[in-house]
Ligand binder design. Structure first.
Ligand code: GAR
Length: 221
């Protein structure tokens, strides 16, 4: 039996990833307690989700601060006051300063809607679609001082079909985000993540079968 870890969630928008974490937590599938959610956007639907589930929800307007560091310091103060051990960036659309990263070293997880290191930054799904990729997907990684550059914990790959639109591709990626983010948190809570250099090893995990994927499927070879 594991002790629950305290998590704090950063959001800017709809919060469907946040919802997936709430749902798994309420089902008893996560050894984690959501202590607080912070949004930099007053209209983020994620704040409503928090209220519905009696989770402390705090809006901080980044425009009220002189610089990024002061805004980040405010978030650090709140997260520390809730004794947060792991910070979850669930669609948080601001780059964290080194100050914040150093306050939670390898204790910040981000979800990104692409197979990193491809398509770092914003509008990743749309850029992957426009590029004509045959596979896309999503990545959960630890945040470091770069943009979407930290050690990778888990990735999910999905095919891009000829009849996809940017929107249908994005929706299918999002469904997978909702699966891998709770899993990454649970790996962490179980103490299974070991960071070696920039690699994350999962203790005692099964090796997946070697099954190359082709899109389109190979016809002849
Ligand atoms: C998700 O697709 C997430 O991967 C993406 O924002 C969306 C938030 O959706 N994050 C980024 O692009 C970060 N660079 P949600 O608010 O419904 O969870």
């Amino acid at each position: 039996m594991n002790n629950n870890i305290n998590i704090g969630v950063l959001v800017s928008g709809s919060g469907s990833n946040f919802q997936s974490i709430i749902d798994q937590s309420e089902k008893g599938n996560l050894d984690a307690v959501i202590k607080v959610v912070i949004s930099n956007n007053p209209d983020a639907y994620a704040l409503e989700r928090a209220k519905k589930h009696n989770i402390s929800a705090i809006f901080i307007d980044h425009n009220d601060f002189n610089d990024r560091q002061q805004f980040d310091q405010k978030m650090i103060d709140i997260l520390k006051s809730y004794e947060v051990e792991l910070v979850i960036m669930a669609g948080f659309m601001r780059v964290l300063t080194p100050l914040f990263i150093k306050a939670f070293p390898m204790k910040i997880m981000n979800i990104h809607p692409a197979i990193l290191p491809s398509f770092q930054g914003i509008h990743a799904q749309e850029r992957a679609f426009d590029y004509g990729v045959k596979f896309s997907g999503c990545t959960v990684h630890f945040a470091d001082e770069g943009v979407d550059t930290g050690p990778i914990i888990i990735q999910s790959v999905i095919p891009a079909y000829d009849d996809d639109t940017a929107d249908t591709l994005q929706q299918r990626i999002l469904k997978e985000e909702h699966r891998i983010f709770p899993q990454a948190i649970q790996f962490y809570a179980e103490g299974k993540l070991e960071i070696v250099g920039r690699k994350v090893r999962i203790k005692n995990h099964k090796k997946i079968d070697e099954a190359p994927l082709h899109n389109p499927p190979l016809d002849k070879f």
